[in-house]
Design a protein around this ligand. Structure first.
Ligand code: ADP
Length: 355
């Protein structure tokens, strides 16, 4: 072998120094993004962020208007609703979690305008009792809405695991729902139109927020083309299900039915043959319009609770109380001195979705 040459038969042994995981890990953010000082690198590229060394990027706020679908990673599907699927997603650069709702909808230009309008209202709504909408897009026949992630899921999910909710918790939960309705009705002048247990979301902080208020209006304003109310008719007020004029009070009817269902563990309007369920929508409509309104059994619930339900589910909308009036109802404050802790209730009693 010539001096200085390399013998091809001799295998070079290359060894790496032992991985120093601790020191490497300190550069990785939760989402697997490599970060060193102002430099952020992940599989989507490199970014320079002007931040102080150890600070994570500031959380995104709805007014930033800076979220795009390219900036988020899908984590998992967290729900399937009547109008589409909901996924847990994570922002690539801030590691923030959001819920992404995708509604498949092939519609024409005119309807698209109505949707854009509706989504704008959605986005401008900022209230602690309404699920925050961060951004929405209409792309390729689908509406995508990036929402605040509520880690407890919906009241419908929660009810499945606890079966019933006792009055002190109900008062604390529905006080928040009423505050959300107060905001939508009296400040935003929006009728929700689709209040139901799966549209009330909860989180580990004990917060309860109304969601989906823009969506039913979108469905409505495009009904000629998108053609459908695909949700449930169960919570629809008599005046609405029978095709009459309806207003904010229609939401109050739904609120009363949702509250009663949470208290008893059962939907309160019964089909003609209870064990057979509803055979069609017409049957349900007849029951809502013609049966006396449901009520809370006075032997199981406090007079205040029974009276609250009755104030919501009057057949004539004029006889129902407004969100404003209901806030003053004695049921809202009767358990105030018990200092109900919804945070631990949601975390311990339910199966809070954890990451
Ligand atoms: P629906 O069509 O029945 O109103 P959605 O499509 O709005 O239902 O949502 C379906 C399910 O997805 C909900 O019941 C809830 O479990 C989950 N979900 C919806 N939005 C969120 C959110 N922002 N955060 C966490 N979970 C959500």
């Amino acid at each position: 072998m010539k001096k200085g040459g390399l013998n091809p038969n001799v295998k070079l042994k290359l060894s790496l120094p032992p991985p120093n995981e601790v020191s490497f890990a300190k550069f990785l953010t939760q989402s697997g993004t490599f970060r060193d000082g102002d430099l952020l690198v992940n599989r989507d590229g490199v970014r320079i962020v002007s931040q102080i060394d150890t600070q994570p990027p500031p959380p995104i706020t709805p007014t930033d208007n800076q979220l795009s679908l390219a900036d988020i990673d899908m984590v998992k599907v967290i729900g399937k609703g009547s109008s589409g699927i909901v996924q847990l997603v994570q922002h690539k650069w801030t590691s923030q979690f959001f819920a992404l709702k995708v509604i498949q909808m092939n519609i024409e230009e005119s309807a698209r305008k109505a949707i854009t309008q509706e989504l704008k209202i959605n986005q401008s709504s900022q209230c602690p009792y309404v699920v925050m909408c961060y951004q929405s897009f209409y792309d390729n026949g689908a509406i995508s809405i990036i929402l605040e992630y509520m880690d407890g899921g919906s009241l419908a999910d929660f009810l499945k695991s606890v079966k019933k909710i006792s009055e002190p918790y109900l008062a604390a939960i529905f006080k928040q729902v009423l505050k959300g309705l107060l905001y939508l009705h009296h400040e935003k002048h929006i009728i929700h139109r689709d209040l139901k247990p799966s549209n009330l979301l909860i989180n580990h902080r004990g917060e309860v927020k109304i969601t989906d208020f823009g969506v039913s209006a979108i469905m409505q304003s495009t009904s000629g083309q998108a053609n459908t109310f695909v949700g449930t008719y169960n919570y629809m007020s008599p005046e609405r299900i029978s095709g009459g004029r309806y207003d904010y009070k229609s939401d109050i009817w739904s609120l009363g039915l949702v509250l009663l269902e949470c208290a008893t563990g059962e939907f309160s309007i019964t089909p003609p043959v209870p064990n057979e369920g509803w055979t069609n929508v017409y049957e349900l409509m007849v029951a809502i319009v013609d049966q006396p309104p449901p009520s809370a059994p006075p032997d199981q619930f406090s007079p205040e609770f029974c009276s609250f339900i009755s104030a919501c589910v009057q057949k004539d909308p004029k006889d129902r109380q407004s969100a404003h009036e209901l806030m003053e109802h004695p049921f809202m404050n009767m358990y105030e001195d018990q200092h109900v802790d919804l945070s631990s209730y949601f975390t311990n009693a339910g199966s809070l979705a954890t990451l």
